[in-house]
Design a protein around this ligand. Sequence first.
Ligand code: AMP
Length: 585
Amino acid sequence: MEWTPIKKTLHDGGVQPHLRDYAKARASFSWEEIRDELDGLPGGRGLNIAYEAVDRHAAGPRGDHVALRWLGQEGDVLEFSYRALRKQSDRFANVLRALDVGEGETVFSFLGRVPYLYIAALGTLKNVSVFCPLFSAFGPEPVYQRLSRGDAAVVVTTERLYEKRIAGLRERLPHLRHVLLTDVQDDRADGVWSLPKRMREASASFTLPATDPEDLALLHFTSGTTGMPKGALHVHEAIVMHYMTGKYALDLHPDDVFWCTADPGWVTGTSYGIIAPFVHGVTNVVDEADFDAERWYHILEEQQVTVWYTAPTAIRMLMRVGGTPREGYDLSALRLVCSVGEPLNPEAVMWGQEALGLPIHDNWWQTETGGIMIANLPALDIRPGSMGRPLPGVDAAVVKRTDDQVEEMPPGEEGELALRIGWPSMFRGYLHEKKRYEDCFVGDWYLTGDLAREDADGYFWFVGRADDIIKTSGHMVSPFEVESALMEHDAVAEAGVIGKPDPVSGERVKAFVALNTSYTPSDELRLDLLGFARTKLGAAVAPKEIDFKDSLPKTKSGKIMRRLLKARELGLPEGDLSTLETASG
Ligand code: AMP
């Protein structure tokens, strides 16, 4: 069904969107001009994300403005002005320096959404070390994979998470020199330090080293279909993109109160839960607690949130709870609601209009792009179900890939979504995987792995993934990682993992397993396998469903055909079976 576009009418009065004339903004756009709106390090010593995000505000008239308002799970509230955040992040950078942690070394956080996470991120960037946030719901296996592949030199975590998930791995992590515990007052052992103690002892003043815009800044793991997680590398230059998209897609103005519900363990929670709001000098609300509809509406009301960045799964959960929140809560401050991470169904866009009084602006990007690339921009008409149009400075196309070239598809035709290289936050590599990185590019184009179509008016529509990667509750899950964990169970001979459509989480992780001959399928074994996977992988990644099969369909070269498992599960056409190994399936 075609949904009627939601017309946006520009009027004078109130907060004016930064971008009012799309065609003009695209035609006159220059990255240099955007870059000039940032300060750069004093003395022309380069560009550092943390300096742009915090220090330049701390030193000026916005020094006392609330930068971070943290809402604790139990109702406690902590506020940090830009000046306070500057001092805290300076202290953290000095802690790293005192521990002899140098430029380019990787500092991981493995924390819930607590102030130390934000302080550690900024302090790490100041030290020109590389920050890598890990989602705190990961089980020991994903944690080990990421810490070892990322050559972690430092982990900032809590005592409980350390004991449960990391202590037992230490011998297998030769690069890990320091663990900084956020919730103990005394050091625990050599190399297991109290962060509060070190912060107290550290100076609140740190001189940022010269930072080349191409110096590495962030490492974000994302999932692959054929191997273990890929570490996408981002540089300090990415701040130019975070700033531009904060301005044009999120329409941030100095007096905004901004709330991004994503966890910094995922790229949205870093690019837009830490960097973009701070670089715009706004008040950034962070909620420690997990999703709860009533709590969320309270936050929107109490904090007078003006710009809200959330995700389709959360919106669908709110829809499920029902009601018309704008009648029960004062949502009059809310000016813009945006969403990212999965397809946003047109019903959800319209629900926003009804329930919140504002439509939801879908936008698209991915870990590799580092920032928003395509969006339903605030002043443009919304096409419900569409991801919107490319940001100024961004060239997107739908293409067909051949070996060494791409062919642009005419409007309306499906193909792979491609982006012309040259935007500042483009990833600069997959850690230790040169070939995998090079394979993402054909000529001037970066190929995203998403299938899409573009309509005659330049709006882009998501069709699906070109590969088997699963998106569940907005989180990328690699079927390979789940299969590998299941294979470690004595009973499992083969495992194949797919994403099964789910009305709330988008897709749920479902596994098919073939058992070793000495085992027989039973409900008890199914529960055992579900528990085994959950313990190894953590709740965010583990399968929710397991089915037993005598054998799994494989290609002639022995690769499990997830596509076929999925087609059979959903009763869809099985497609081309020429590569199927006939004995199995
Ligand atoms: P991640 O790298 O975890 O941020 O996930 C990026 C992937 O999420 C994209 O490649 C898409 O497959 C999906 N995605 C992100 N935003 C959207 C959107 N607005 N609509 C549909 N899929 C999306």
